[in-house]
Design a protein around this ligand. Structure first.
Ligand code: UDP
Length: 380
C-alpha cells in the first residue's frame, strides 16, 4: 500500500509532527530537516514541551521552530495530569491544523497522547522507532505500555531494526512496517560532522579513565537510584577513574549526590556526544544513549533490569540492573583491559533512516535497512 501524501486535489499533504522531550526531538530532527526539501509535504511541528529546558536545547541546536508550542510542563507533574492536559491541548491543534497525518516518535507520554488524540479523530498516525519491546509492561515504565498502545493507533510503523520489525509482525497490527534504521543514528552523524563540538565540555583529567553516567528512568527513582549511586561512589573512589554525571533535571532525582562524582547540568547534544565518544565506559539507563554508545564503539553497562534494545547486548553491552556489585564488576571488567575493544556498530542504523521515512511517506520505493548486509559492505 502506498502512503501518498498528496491530497485529492494534488495539493501538498499536511503532516503534523508532535513531540515533547529531548530524545523525541533528537530523533525527529533528521526527519524534519529532510522534509524541508520536499514540496509535496507541508510539514508542521507541535511541541508539548513536556520537558521544557531539555527540549529547547535540541530545538535550538537543530534550528527547529515549532508552529504550535503547548508549554505543558509543570513542576511535579503526574503522568495522568500530563497525559490528560496533552490530549486536550493536542485535540485543539488537530482541529485547527487539520493535518492529513500525524507523526510521533518513541514511547513518551506526549507520543501516547498525540497518537490517541489523532486516532480518535481518525487521523492516520505514523510511528517512528516502532516495535521496541521488553514485553514486561512495568519496565521501562510507563514507556513500554506507551509504545505498545501507540502501535495500536498507528497504521504506519517505522521499525529501527529487524528485531523491532519481528516484534510488530508478531503482534498482528494493522498497517505496514518498514525497517529504516534509527533516526537517532542520523542525528549522531549530523553532530559528528559539525565543527566545534567541544564547546561546553567540562575539563577532563587525561590521566584518568572516563566513566560517563546518565540515569533518569522513573522505575529507578528511590532505592534503585540510591543503589546506583553507591556503585558510582565505589568506582569514583579509584584514583585512576573519573566519573562524570550530567543529570536529568527531574526533581525526583534531586536528593542524591554521590561522593567524588562530578555532577553536571545537562549538556547540549554536541558536547554530550563528544564526551560519550571520548568515554572509556558509559553507565546508562537511557535508550538513546545506549544506541549512540554502540554506534561510537563506547562500551556500555545498562542500568536496567529488562532491555528493549537487545541489539546492544549483542554488541558487547551488558544489562547490570541496579545492584551495586553487578554494576561495579561489569564496569571494572570493561575498564581493566580484559575486555576486547569494541568496533563502532551498525546495529542501530546507517545514518539514512530519515530519508527512508520521508521516501515511504511520499510513496517512493526504499531499500530497507539491513545491518548484516551493511556490515558485509563495511568489511568488503
Ligand atoms: N543527551 C544530551 N545531553 C545530556 C544527556 C543526554 O544531549 O546531558 C542526549 C543523548 O545524546 C541522547 C538523548 O539525549 O541523544 C537521550 O535522551 P534521554 O536519555 O533523556 O532519553 P531516552 O533515550 O532514555 O528516551
Amino acid at each position: 500500500m502506498l502512503y501518498l501524501l498528496l491530497s485529492a486535489g494534488g495539493a501538498a499533504m499536511k503532516l503534523l509532527s508532535i513531540f515533547g522531550t529531548r530524545p523525541e526531538a533528537v530523533k525527529l530532527a533528521p526527519i524534519l530537516i529532510a522534509l524541508k526539501g520536499e514540496t509535496s509535504i507541508m510539514s508542521q511541528v507541535c511541541v508539548t514541551a513536556q520537558h521544557r529546558g531539555l527540549l529547547d536545547q535540541v530545538l535550538d541546536y537543530f534550528r527547529i521552530r515549532p508552529d504550535h508550542d503547548l508549554a505543558l510542563m509543570e513542576r511535579d507533574q503526574t503522568l495522568n495530569a500530563l497525559v490528560s492536559r496533552a490530549i486536550g491541548r493536542i485535540d485543539h491543534v488537530l482541529a485547527e491544523a487539520a493535518p492529513d497525518r500525524v507523526l510521533v516518535q518513541g514511547d513518551t507520554s506526549t507520543a501516547l497522547a498525540a497518537a490517541l488524540a489523532a486516532f480518535n479523530r481518525r487521523i492516520p498516525v505514523a510511528h517512528v522507532e516502532a516495535g521496541l519491546r521488553t514485553y514486561c509492561v512495568n519496565a521501562p515504565f510507563p514507556e513500554e505500555m506507551n509504545r505498545r498502545a501507540i502501535a495500536l493507533a498507528a497504521d504506519l510503523h517505522f521499525a529501527p531494526t529487524p528485531m523491532a520489525r519481528a516484534n510488530l509482525v508478531g503482534e498482528r497490527l494493522r498497517g505496514d512496517v518498514y525497517v529504516t534504521g534509527n533516526t537517532g543514528i542520523d542525528a549522531l552523524h549530523h553532530v559528528l560532522a559539525q565543527p566545534e563540538r567541544e564547546r561546553g565540555l567540562p575539563p577532563l583529567d587525561p590521566a584518568k579513565k572516563l566513566i560517563l553516567v546518565t540515569c533518569h528512568r522513573r522505575e529507578s527513582f528511590g532505592a534503585p537510584f540510591a543503589a546506583i549511586c553507591a556503585a558510582l561512589e565505589r568506582l569514583a573512589a579509584r584514583d585512576d577513574i573519573e566519573v562524570v554525571f550530567p543529570r536529568h533535571p527531574n526533581p525526583a532525582l534531586d536528593g542524591a549526590a554521590p561522593v567524588n562524582v562530578r555532577l553536571l547540568d545537562p549538556l547540549d547534544l554536541p558536547a554530550f556526544i563528544t564526551l560519550l565518544d571520548r568515554a572509556d565506559l558509559v553507565l546508562t539507563d537511557s535508550g538513546g544513549v545506549q544506541e549512540e554508545a554502540a554506534a561510537l564503539g563506547t562500551p556500555a553497562v545498562i542500568l536496567r533490569k529488562a532491555s528493549d534494545r537487545p541489539e546492544s547486548l549483542a554488541e558487547g553491552a551488558v544489562l547490570a540492573g541496579t545492584d551495586p556489585d553487578r554494576i561495579v564488576r561489569a564496569a571494572e571488567v570493561r575498564l581493566d583491559g580484559s575486555f576486547p575493544p569494541l568496533a563502532p556498530s551498525l546495529a542501530y542504523g546507517d545514518g539514512r533512516a530519515a530519508q527512508r521515512i520521508v521516501d515511504v511517506l511520499l510513496g517512493r520505493p526504499i531499500e530497507e535497512f539491513e545491518p548484516a548486509r551493511d556490515r558485509m559492505r563495511q568489511i568488503g
